[in-house]
Ligand binder design. Structure first.
Ligand SMILES: [Zn+2]
Ligand SMILES: [Zn+2]
Length: 112
């Protein structure tokens, strides 16, 4: 869950709202008793708690990661974020430093 090699100059889009996310530090419970803080991106839409980090998209609210909320698409070694929306398709880009892989999916590929 640490993100030492996630690109720092990326602008992920929220996988729900398709708006730019903001770089933040999130703090959440990991496992039974540990609380971690790490760098992530968070949706700027009021009330939206979607976050993106090296583990993909998740919902983090009140310091808890919703285990059902994960939306992960990636290459062999990194999670991809939604870079842009083009004609109803999502352009995904790898978040890992040094990796430029991308994928295109149907816009429907996202959680409700
Ligand atoms: Zn959002
Ligand atoms: Zn990659």
């Amino acid at each position: 869950m640490s993100v030492p090699d996630m690109k720092s100059d990326i602008n992920p889009l929220c996988d729900k709202h398709m708006v730019e996310m903001e770089a933040v530090r999130v703090r959440a419970k990991v496992g039974a008793s540990e609380v971690w803080t790490w760098s992530a991106f968070r949706c700027s839409t009021r009330g939206c708690t979607r976050s993106f980090d090296s583990g993909g998209y998740t919902t983090i609210s009140d310091g808890l990661i919703d285990p059902e909320s994960g939306n992960f698409i990636g290459c062999e070694d990194g999670a991809m974020f939604i870079e842009s929306v083009e004609e109803g398709r999502l352009i995904w880009r790898c978040s890992k430093v040094g990796c430029q892989q991308s994928r295109t999916t149907d816009r429907a590929f996202r959680p409700d």
